[in-house]
Design a protein around this ligand. Structure first.
Ligand code: PMP
Length: 410
């Protein structure tokens, strides 16, 4: 076992495991698991309400976690970090905030791409249903890159209330020019929201340098616990909006007929939040910070190049494989994953057979059906996605099993 894997107990308990489904969720380092058990064993209590030591300590640990995420994405204020259940929850919350606060109305334009995860399409469809607003497709090329000139032409004509797009698609894996998209959007007074659920696992996010209004991500993909997401929003915007969830912990005072809202961030965190997982999220942030994005990219980019060599070898025996997005000529234009289509072979069957060999990859549409409809005639794909613990041996085992099982199915 490589030394990085040895920091992840799952590999010790499953010595044959080949885990290449990191875009769906990443495994957890021991320090994250320890933080969870430590917290439940030593400090557990509810936060913000108690006058006793355990509650004061728990509240402090949640504050520490918020602060560490603030620093990690270089947000100006800790109050700009709103804890949610995950990226899906963050984008739903954002879309509802813009609806209930009257920002998006009938005939307004919402710009998204066709290559989004469903969680950045369906919430906006819902807003369209409620308001009569319109969704406009941001123009892309076949590799999933936003066509900046065409985009500017369109937004100049229609205007937009929000431009919401992913920094890195969970299927095509193309690195996007986020900064330019944000700059153009701002020129036409549109709000900007970037889904960095995938991107933040491979690249540094600096919200001040990007000057984006909102970002969303999930801790479980970033080696942290499940059930914790972040909605970052600029303070001046969040301060202006009324919340969409109401109840305990989000008010200063209440009468039977009205309430006075709490300040940020509590205003947007009604009820008991996911205290233990939020606290353990700090350990995941520490882990990734100490490991360093440079090292993550070095490992993963090497695996991308190596996987393309293996795909070329496989093509010698089974013929051309359709790669979704940039191919072997431009490995530098992608990050973290490779998806491809095996024509004439059931992706469900191949996924099961790989699973029998203890190889975890994703087959199907990866919650991005419009992308598959647009790019590969609605055929499902196989996705291998890399984490910082993967190595060439994982790739060798995956391709050996794939080749063997393809022969069984054809
Ligand atoms: N956006 C992207 C780009 C994703 O890859 C995912 C998860 N596959 C999501 C959003 C949704 O994340 P979650 O399921 O954690 O809410």
């Amino acid at each position: 076992m490589n030394t990085i894997k040895s920091q992840f107990p799952i590999f010790e308990n499953n010595p044959d495991l080949i885990y290449l489904d990191n875009s769906a969720s990443a495994q957890k380092p021991k320090q994250v698991i320890d933080a969870l058990t430590d917290y439940y064993s030593k400090y557990y209590s509810n936060i913000n309400r108690g006058t006793y030591d355990l509650s004061i300590k728990s509240s402090q640990l949640v504050d520490d976690s918020r602060k560490s995420i603030q620093e990690f994405i270089n947000a100006k204020y800790a109050e700009e970090i709103i804890f949610t259940r995950g990226t899906t929850d963050s984008i739903n919350k954002l879309s509802l905030l813009l609806f209930f606060n009257g920002i998006i109305k009938e005939n307004d334009y919402i710009y998204i791409t066709e290559f989004e995860h469903h969680s950045n399409i369906l919430p906006w469809q819902n807003i369209v249903k409620m308001t009569g607003a319109k969704i406009q497709k941001i123009p892309l090329n076949e590799f999933g890159e936003i066509q900046l000139d065409k985009f500017e032409e369109m937004i100049k004509k229609t205007g937009a209330k929000i431009v919401s797009f992913t920094g890195l698609s969970n299927v095509i894996g193309t690195i996007q020019d986020i900064k330019s998209v944000i700059e153009i959007s701002k020129k036409y007074n549109a709000l900007t929201a970037v889904d960095v659920a995938q991107l933040i696992c491979h690249s540094k996010i600096d919200v001040q340098a990007l000057d984006c209004d909102f970002i969303s991500f999930s801790m479980h993909k970033l080696y942290g616990p499940t059930g914790v997401g972040v909605l970052y929003g600029k303070k001046e915007l969040l301060e202006r909006y009324s919340p969409v969830d109401f109840g305990g912990d989000m008010i200063k005072s209440a009468t039977f007929s009205s309430c006075e809202l709490a300040e940020l961030p509590e205003k947007f965190e009604a009820g008991t939040i996911n205290i233990a997982d939020i606290i353990a999220s700090k350990s995941a942030i520490d882990f990734v910070s100490n490991f360093g994005y440079e090292n993550i990219q070095k490992i993963e980019n090497e695996l991308i190049k190596y996987s393309f060599e293996k795909i070329s070898d496989l093509e010698k025996s089974i013929g051309k494989i359709q790669i979704i997005g940039y191919g072997k000529e431009h490995p530098e234009k992608r990050s973290g994953l490779i998806s491809f289509v095996l024509t004439g072979i059931s992706s469900f069957d191949i996924g099961n057979l790989l699973g029998n060999d203890k190889i975890c990859v994703r087959t199907g549409f990866h919650c991005a059906e419009p992308l598959h409809q647009s790019i590969c005639e609605g055929k499902p794909s196989i996705r291998i996605s890399f984490g910082l613990y993967n190595d060439k041996e994982d790739i060798d085992k995956f391709f050996a099993s794939l080749q063997k099982n393809i022969q069984r199915l054809i």
